[in-house]
Design a binder for this molecule. Structure first.
Ligand code: NAD
Ligand code: DAU
Length: 348
């Protein structure tokens, strides 16, 4: 019997690429088809360890392209979809919300519609704890029943896509599962997000910009643990259900920056307090008991160990860091692996 054929959207981004690499290790009998538009943060170099893997196909294309998505689902006999593709950076959404509405809301709906037409057996919609809004210091962590109260254009676009995903499950009986995770960190994260930005800046003795008073709290999860959660949702999740994932590791931003500086033996004088993010959410924290009890999932990495591993990865992968910082990554794969590159035009 053949394994599953899984469409992974956004598989060249940070979490998607970690997920693809993890899936190929765990389920060599499955086939993965990565659909990614290679936006500014999509990096084919993130899949370089899998180059030559015959169980992986890469297609460069946009999830908003309904014809392409529909053809791919049929042509590749897709059994399941893991949907990571998104505009994911809050600061960019504040500067310009429209691409977030286009990819996160319209793109997700195009994908849901194509999946419905093709009768796909499983659709995991990867979402975020930011849809729940913000917490005060004494509030209990977010559960799956916390009302949605997004506060940034990014979070609002993800909340809209969550509503659509669950509406497709309810209205059409589609086997859609929604996952909501806290802040990820680990290898291959684009250095616009807090942890990789601070690591690369500190390594280069550049200033580290801390927004506002730096007392905002995030609940950090090592990316491999999030990927294991998505895998559990894909294989054991109940259609129509939402599962939260988190690391049970709340940390203030300033504390995080101090930890990174200490690991790199760099001085705290590199820290610069800068203007706060408009509408900055003060605290996120996730209650992930449901996933622990119903999916048999558990976060394995402590924040201390995950941070050591992450700092080690960025130090030991200067070629990746340089190619991202110089912009070379945008043409890397085409130049090196053009023979295995499939474009949307070829599929269509
Ligand atoms: P990322 O920004 O690193 O990667 C996004 C990927 O999607 C990129 O490869 C990009 O090229 C691709 N993409 C963007 N628009 C596309 C389009 N229209 N068509 C096809 N591909 C497109 O994001 P990430 O941090 O890996 O996040 C992945 C998912 O997980 C997102 O849905 C995000 O909302 C969610 N999430 C992220 C975190 C986190 O801490 N990073 C936490 C919880 C949930
Ligand atoms: O909670 C999950 C979310 O986590 C995901 O859905 C998002 O895709 C992901 O980007 C992340 O959102 P945040 O806004 O929490 O992550 P970011 O790394 O941008 O910022 C983390 C915290 O650090 C936040 O409080 C803002 C602050 N910060 C960030 C940057 C980039 C700074 O103080 N300085 C910075 O330069």
């Amino acid at each position: 019997m053949r394994g599953m054929n899984v469409l992974v959207t956004g598989g060249c981004g940070f979490i998607g690429a970690n997920f693809v690499q993890q899936q190929r290790r765990l389920y060599p009998q499955d086939r993965l088809i990565v659909l990614d538009a290679l936006t500014y943060c999509g990096n084919l170099r993130n899949l370089e360890p899998l180059s030559g893997d015959r169980g992986l196909r890469f297609v460069k294309g946009d999830i908003c392209d309904g014809d392409l998505v529909g053809k791919l689902l049929l042509e590749e006999e897709i059994d399941a979809i893991c949907h990571f593709a998104a505009e994911s950076h809050v600061d960019r959404s504040i500067l310009g919300p429209l691409p977030f509405v286009q990819t996160n809301v319209v793109g997700t709906t195009v994908l849901l519609d194509a999946a419905r037409n093709a009768g796909i057996g499983r659709f995991v919609h990867v979402s975020t704890d930011e849809v729940y809004g913000t917490l005060s210091p004494s509030d209990p962590p977010f559960t799956e029943n916390t009302p949605l109260a997004p506060r940034s254009p990014y979070a609002a676009s993800k909340a809209a896509s969550d509503h659509l995903a669950l509406a497709y499950a309810h209205t059409y009986g589609m086997p859609v599962i929604v996952t909501r995770c806290s802040n990820n960190y680990g290898p291959y994260q684009f250095p616009e997000k807090l942890i990789p930005l601070m690591i690369l800046s500190a390594m280069a003795d550049k200033p580290l910009p801390v927004y506002g008073d730096g007392q905002q709290v995030r609940d950090w999860i090592y990316v491999a643990d999030h990927c294991a959660g998505i895998d559990a949702a894909l294989r054991r999740g109940q259609p129509g259900e939402v599962y939260n994932f988190g690391g049970r590791a709340e940390c203030r931003n300033l504390q995080m920056v101090h930890s990174i500086l200490a690991l790199l033996h760099k001085p705290q004088s590199l820290i610069r307090f800068v203007a706060d993010r408009p509408g900055h959410d003060r605290r996120y924290a996730i209650d992930c008991q449901k996933a622990e009890q119903q999916l048999g999932w558990q976060a394995r990495w402590t924040l201390a160990d995950g941070l050591v591993e992450t700092v080690r990865w960025y130090r030991e992968n200067p070629a990746w860091c340089q190619s991202v910082q110089s912009g070379e990554y945008r043409t890397f794969f085409e130049r090196n692996y053009a023979d295995r590159l499939v474009t949307a035009k070829e599929v269509a």
